[in-house]
Design a protein around this ligand. Structure first.
Ligand code: CAA
Length: 379
């Protein structure tokens, strides 16, 4: 198998798989139906070192390589994509930007509790009128004594209401356009941070996603992440990693849909034989396998490059584009193979079909990934 995994990587993958199958799977369907956040599971993942996997141990993390993180994420996504996104956001776009751009004091104060799983974190970039066009932010940071006051709205914030520290982008110098955006670490327990009730979503129903309103929410000068004006850089660098994580989530969901389809094709009969003996079903299974395998290789390649500190904007966007579009297709075929049962909430493929849909949207839509890929090629 490419790449050749180390014993440590395999041990981490197996630990993630065991935990996912034994601890996450049993309540996954019920949590989805009740839109119940998996607090206990997230706490246990923190204890296992899975909430800050690539963060050095000195800062509360597990200190493992990026591919190990991706392998773990894929295993967890096979079982419960809501748990996977909660974990991915904490690792990729909360911990990683603080690790890369944070001061020593910020790492001690924010990274340690986030990476050890003591508290959850998130990423506040998107606004009601600024999604794909990340530079169109309106959230304003106004200078006051000792820090800044944030005012504005942030939309679709994963881990909102359940998390505490959020990497938050706001306009500090409006006259400078894209270079007038800065990044902060915002403590959601501060006055002026209002979390709305969780969005009613099609999928990922047991992960929490909320609208946040900021009214004179204070961040200290020491909470500025990177320099003034570095906000977009901090956000887009974080999203390079985030996109590899979402691509891994998509691979996990798609692999599960394929596994379920194979098992069903063996046992379900029509026209006097298992449906897997019909060529129509075989062509679906073969195409699903090809897309899952190809996606996985793109994701692993991007993860290895990220681990080596190589620029991987092109590879991350390519992996996310291909893996998420493929996963949506694979889950759609899985529902088709299951027929009427695939449309029933009693079968896991129905949940996979709903969960996978957002992967081509969040952390950059497929349309944005195509822009990023094309720009990198033409540069
Ligand atoms: N790493 C570091 N810096 C980067 C970078 C990267 N990958 N990509 C760009 N930059 C820097 C650029 O160099 C530039 O800085 P300089 O001017 O100093 O060179 C700055 O960032 C701005 O870059 P661009 O001029 O290229 O920016 P743009 O306005 O043209 O936008 C875009 C580019 C690709 C469209 C970008 O806006 C984008 O990716 N949009 C999608 C946003 C997105 O993914 N949102 C997801 C929300 S988060 C989410 O979903 C989280 C969740 O909870 C699940």
């Amino acid at each position: 198998m490419f790449p050749a995994f180390t014993e440590d990587q395999l041990a981490i993958r197996d630990a993630a798989r065991d935990f996912a199958v034994n601890e996450i799977e049993p309540g996954a369907m019920a949590r989805d139906h009740a839109a119940e956040f998996p607090s206990d599971i997230i706490r246990q993942l923190g204890e296992m070192g899975f909430m800050g996997m690539t963060v050095p141990e000195a800062y509360g993390g597990a200190g493992v390589d990026y591919l190990s993180y991706i392998l773990a994420l894929e295993e967890i996504a096979k079982v419960d994509a809501s748990v996977a996104v909660t974990m991915s956001v904490n690792n990729s776009v909360a911990c990683a930007p603080i690790l890369v751009f944070g001061t020593e004091a910020q790492k001690q104060k924010y990274l340690k509790p986030l990476a050890s799983g003591e508290v959850l974190g998130g990423f506040m970039l998107t606004e009601p009128d600024a999604g794909s066009d990340a530079a169109a932010l309106k959230c304003r940071a106004t200078k006051v004594e000792g820090g800044w006051q944030l005012n504005g709205a942030k939309a679709w914030i994963t881990n909102g209401g359940v998390g505490r520290y959020f990497v938050t982008m706001a306009v500090t110098h409006p006259e400078l356009g894209k270079k007038g955006i800065s990044a902060f670490v915002l403590d959601a327990e501060r006055p002026g941070v209002h979390m709305a009730k969780p969005e009613e979503k099609m999928g990922l129903r047991s992960s929490k996603t909320v609208m946040v309103t900021l009214e004179d929410a204070f961040v200290a000068d020491d909470d500025l992440l990177g320099g003034p004006g570095d906000g977009l850089k901090v956000a887009l660098h974080g999203l390079d990693g985030g996109r590899i994580g979402i691509a891994a989530q998509a691979v996990g969901i798609a692999q599960r849909a394929l596994n379920e389809s194979i098992a069903y094709a063996r046992t379900r009969h029509s026209f006097g034989k298992p449906i897997g003996e019909h060529q129509a079903i075989q062509t679906y299974l073969a195409e699903m396998e090809a897309r899952v395998q190809a996606s996985r290789l793109l994701v692993y390649k991007a993860a290895i490059m990220r681990n080596e500190g190589q620029p991987c904007t092109l590879e991350a966007a390519t992996a996310k584009l291909f893996a998420t579009e493929s996963a949506v297709w694979v889950c759609d075929r899985a529902v088709q193979i299951f027929g009427g049962y695939g449309y029933s909430r009693e079968y896991v493929v129905e949940r996979l079909y709903r969960d996978v849909r957002v992967t081509t949207i969040y952390e950059g839509t497929s349309e944005i990934q195509r822009i990023v890929v094309a720009r990198s090629l033409l540069k």
